[in-house]
Design a protein around this ligand. Structure first.
Ligand SMILES: [Zn+2]
Length: 65
């Protein structure tokens, strides 16, 4: 790419490749596998959220003010 930016599909592919490797969650966080997309993500040890932030965003009910 002339502008140095990678296409979204390539970034997605890279993220998945990195995600597939064995990584350690930050201190105080636990490693979880998303129930929906099978993606590994770090969640607070106190959280029982079974979905990754992406899926949570996608499925979050609209906020009513
Ligand atoms: Zn997910």
């Amino acid at each position: 790419m002339a502008n140095g930016l990678k296409p979204a599909w390539e970034l997605e592919q890279e993220a998945r490749a990195i995600n597939a490797t064995d990584w350690e969650p930050p201190p105080g966080m636990v490693k979880r596998q998303c129930d929906w997309c099978r993606y590994f993500f770090a969640a607070p040890a106190t959280s029982h959220e079974p979905r990754c932030p992406d899926c949570r965003t996608l499925t979050a009910p609209p906020r009513v003010k």
